[in-house]
Design a protein around this ligand. Sequence first.
Ligand SMILES: *Cc1c(COP(=O)(O)O)cnc(C)c1O
Length: 376
Amino acid sequence: MNPIRMVDLKGQYEKIKKEVDESVLQVIESTAFINGPKVKEFQAHLENYLGVKHVIPCANGTDALQVSLMALGLKAGDEVITSPFTFIATAEVVGLLGITCKFVDVEWDTFNLDVTQLEKAITPKTKAIIPVHLFGQSCNMEKIAEIAEKYELFVVEDVCQAIGAEFVFKNGEKKKLGTIGDTGCVSFFPSKNLGCYGDGGAIFTNDDEIARKLRGICNHGMFKQYHHELLGVNSRLDSIQAAVLDVKLAHLDEYNAARKKAAGFYNKMFENHLKLETPTISSFSTHVFHQYTLKMKNANREAIIEKMKEAEIPVMIYYPIPLHLQEAFCYLGYKKGDFPVAEKLCDCVISLPVHTELTEEQQRYICEKLLEELKN
Ligand SMILES: *Cc1c(COP(=O)(O)O)cnc(C)c1O
């Protein structure tokens, strides 16, 4: 049995080596390292895949979020609502822009924003909601869109973990996540569902004017050469990364299907276990399983993780501390008990390896070990 990894980028590369090597070599030979034809090609292919009017490539997912807030005109003193149960980048950029981050608790079942609690967090200063499609499935976008319209708020989707997943509207219509809000923000960090070989990111929008601003801000606020209309940033996707991504985009659906299959296997192995709760999939979303995350009940999670690591099975806690209790956010004045669901999740979640190269033999080994440890 091959060693088990949380993400097996090596195994994945071996299968697409010829295509990737050729594509990267083309960039090197062309020397068009920045904004070359590969970036344009990938951008067009991604627009087509997502069914969105504009894809604006940028340097990483964090920048995608920051540039979105800047392009929508948010400024210091405004308020933005998001989840306390996410990677820090989502809320970090809010704080860096001097915007006040207001957290709203998440749902126990899906780990995503609890839309029934959104309205009570809205104040006259609220300008935007950032729904985070955590672990690969959608927030309730229909409800979020309805609230956003009522209070005239922007919606910036954090789709860093859910590229390729779809929201299913009540009328049966489906849309790719990241194409429903005013902007969608994605990361191409190597371990994400569509990962490059370094850092990368992109912003999606269907709005021409927002697209124009996003492009300008990513390029030092420059809309006409050496005329700077706004203060921007330097955030670009390298042509070499675009070359890798263009190859991998063609495999994305197949990759996501492999993750889903692996999740299905785990679900079967852990079905009805008294100490484990398997992931719940919302009726309005497809799931691309960026993470396969269990909740543990009446178990010593830390001791079990130690035992799993001893057996060379990598497992992770996403996330051990909710954002409202992070030291970096203590200035916001939140305290323990403010978001009880997020806090309780941080104490009981465990994510198992899930990736495109996982074999049934490896999965069986992981499951047997976990089930054995749960007996103690
Ligand atoms: C990875 C991630 C980000 C940040 O993406 P980078 O490319 O690492 O900057 C933001 N939000 C979420 C939910 C993520 O998982």
